[in-house]
Design a protein around this ligand. Structure first.
Ligand code: NDP
Length: 453
C-alpha cells in the first residue's frame, strides 16, 4: 500500500497533462489524479488550435465562392453569419471537452474540477480545500496571452476573447506579427472584417525563413490587410465608436477593437512553486532538464509552462516521454530537434529545420527554391504565389530546412518533415518520383541551386 494518495497528480487538463495522465493510468496501471480549474482540453482544444482552425475553414469560403464562379459555377456569396457559425463552433468545443473528460474517466484517472497549487514536494492543495499527496507531481498548466505593459491595455482583446465575440467587428487593429497575429489577421479578413496590423519589427513572423515570411506578408497585403511594420501603439482610449489609437507613425484612428497578439506567458504564478524549490526562469517558465524534471525530484513540468517549444504535439510528446521515464523505467529525453510546424495564414506556411539565414551561419549551403502561380488559383485569376524551398548542406547534402508557402502547406510539411527528420539528402529527395500535377512535386524536381552561401 503506497503512502501517497496517488502515484501521479497532474495539474492541468490540456493536451499534455491529459495524455500523461491517461497513459500513466491506462498503460502502466498508475493511480492518477488530475486537477483542472477551467475546461478540459486546455488552450489547444478550447481557445487555440481547434477553434482557430475551424475559423480558418470558415474564412476560406469567401475565396472559394469567388473561385467557384471562375470554374463555371453559378453561386452567390451571401453574407457570413457569425452567430450561426460561432454557436456551432462552441457546440463542437463542448463535444470535444466531453471527449477529453471521457478519456480520463475511461482510463481510471480521478478528476478534480478545481485549481491546484503545490504545497510541498508530494502534496497539492485544491481550491476545494482538499489536499492530495502523490509520489510524483506533473505540472502542465500551459500559458496565457499577455498584453503589453501600457496604459489602457485592458481595452484590447487577446486571442482567448476572439472565440467569444458576440458579433464580428467591422474593423480591428491587430498588434504583433507572430503566429497568432498573422493567423487571425487572415481569418478575420476572410470573414469580412477590415483588418489593420501593427508590428514593431521590419517584417512579420520573426524567426522564420526570410524568403517565406516575405511571400506570406506580400500576399496578406495583396489580399487587403493593412500591414504596418515598425508600428506600435503610443496611446489608446475608449471613445465613441470604438477604441481610439495613436500610433508611433503619428496616425490617429478609431477601431471597433484592438487585439493584442503580443506573445504568451507560462501559467506558473501563485502556484507555490518557488516556495517548494522549483525554479522559475525568464518569463515565469518552469526550469526543467531534458527529462522534464524540475530541481525538486518528485516534480516534473511539461508543455507551454516550461516555454520550450510551445506547440500542442510537443507538449504531448513531453508528456509521453515523462511517463516512459517515470513509469516505464526507461529514461527518455524529449527530442526537440526538427519539429515541423505550420502557420495557418492564407496562404499557409509550413516549415521544418533551419531557415536559410540560420543554416548559412552554421555551414556552407545551397538553396533550391521556386516560386510560381499555383494552377488552381491561377485559373481562377488570382495572383497568389507558392514557394517551395530546400536549404541543403554543401558538405553532407543533407536537407537542413524545408519551407513551403502554399495552400495546404501544413499538410505538405507533415510529410516532408519525415524525410528531413530522417536526415534525407537532396539526392534522396530527387530520387523520389514526382506526383503530377501537384504543387509539392517541385520539392523533388529542383535541379539547380538558386544561390549558395
Ligand atoms: P509570437 O511570439 O509568435 O509573436 C509575438 C508577437 O508580438 C511578435 O511579433 C512580437 O514582436 C510582438 N510583441 C511582443 N511583445 C510586444 C510588445 N510589447 N509590443 C509590441 N509587439 C510585441 O507569439 P504569439 O502570441 O503569436 O504565439 C505564441 C506561441 O503560440 C507561438 O510562439 C507558437 O509557439 C504558438 N502558436 C502556434 C501556432 C501554430 O502552430 N500554428 C498558432 C498560434 C500559436 P517581435 O517579433 O519583434 O518580438
Amino acid at each position: 500500500m503506497s503512502k501517497f494518495d496517488f502515484d501521479l497528480f497532474v495539474i492541468g487538463g490540456g493536451s499534455g497533462g491529459v495524455r500523461a495522465a491517461r497513459v500513466a493510468a491506462g498503460e502502466y496501471g498508475a493511480t492518477v489524479g488530475l486537477a483542472e480549474e477551467s475546461r478540459y482540453g486546455g488552450t489547444c482544444v478550447i481557445r487555440g488550435c481547434v477553434p482557430k482552425k475551424l475559423m480558418v475553414f470558415a474564412s476560406s469560403y469567401g475565396d472559394a465562392f469567388e473561385d467557384a464562379r471562375s470554374y463555371g459555377w453559378d453561386v452567390n456569396d451571401g453574407p457570413f453569419d457569425w452567430h450561426n457559425f460561432a454557436d456551432k463552433m462552441r457546440s463542437e468545443l463542448d463535444r470535444l471537452e466531453g471527449v477529453y473528460r471521457n478519456l480520463l474517466d475511461n482510463s481510471g484517472v480521478e478528476k478534480f474540477d478545481a485549481r491546484a497549487t503545490v504545497k510541498d514536494a508530494h502534496t497539492v492543495k485544491l481550491s476545494t480545500g482538499e489536499e492530495k499527496t502523490a509520489k510524483h507531481i506533473l505540472i502542465a498548466t500551459g500559458g496565457r496571452p499577455v498584453r503589453p505593459p501600457m496604459e489602457n491595455a485592458e481595452l484590447g482583446l487577446v486571442s482567448d476573447d476572439i472565440f467569444d465575440l458576440p458579433s464580428l467587428p467591422k474593423s480591428i487593429l491587430i498588434v504583433g506579427g507572430g503566429y497568432i497575429a498573422c493567423e487571425f489577421a487572415c481569418i478575420l479578413h476572410g470573414l469580412g472584417v477590415e483588418v489593420s496590423m501593427y508590428y514593431r519589427g521590419g517584417q512579420i513572423l520573426n524567426g522564420f525563413d526570410d524568403e517565406a515570411r516575405g511571400i506570406v506578408s506580400e500576399q496578406m497585403r495583396q489580399r487587403g490587410i493593412n500591414m504596418h511594420s515598425g508600428a506600435s501603439i503610443l496611446e489608446m482610449e475608449e471613445r465613441e465608436g470604438g477604441i481610439w489609437v495613436k500610433s508611433t507613425m503619428g496616425k490617429e484612428k478609431i477601431f471597433d477593437h484592438v487585439f493584442f497578439a503580443t506573445g504568451r506567458k507560462p501559467n506558473s504564478d501563485d502556484m507555490g512553486l518557488e516556495d517548494v524549490g522549483v525554479k522559475l526562469g525568464r518569463n515565469g517558465a518552469i526550469e526543467v532538464d531534458e527529462y522534464s524534471q524540475t530541481g525538486v525530484p518528485s516534480i516534473y513540468a511539461i508543455g507551454d509552462v516550461t516555454d520550450r517549444v510551445n506547440l500542442t504535439p510537443v507538449a504531448i510528446r513531453e508528456g509521453m516521454a515523462f511517463v516512459e521515464t517515470v513509469f516505464g523505467s526507461n529514461p527518455t529525453p524529449v527530442d526537440h530537434e526538427l519539429i515541423p510546424s505550420a502557420v495557418f495564414t492564407q496562404p499557409e506556411m509550413g516549415t521544418v529545420g533551419l531557415s536559410e539565414e540560420e543554416a548559412a551561419e552554421q555551414e556552407p549551403i545551397e538553396v533550391y527554391a521556386t516560386s510560381f502561380k499555383p494552377m488552381q488559383q491561377s485559373f481562377a485569376g488570382r495572383d497568389d504565389r507558392v514557394l517551395m524551398k530546400l536549404v541543403v548542406s554543401k558538405k553532407t547534402r543533407t536537407v537542413l530546412g524545408c519551407h513551403i508557402v502554399a495552400p495546404q502547406a501544413g499538410e505538405m510539411i507533415q510529410l516532408a518533415g519525415i524525410a528531413v527528420k530522417m536526415g534525407a539528402t537532396k539526392e534522396q529527395f530527387d530520387a523520389t518520383c514526382a506526383v503530377h500535377p501537384t504543387m509539392s512535386e517541385e520539392l523533388v524536381t529542383m535541379r539547380n541551386p538558386v544561390r549558395t552561401a
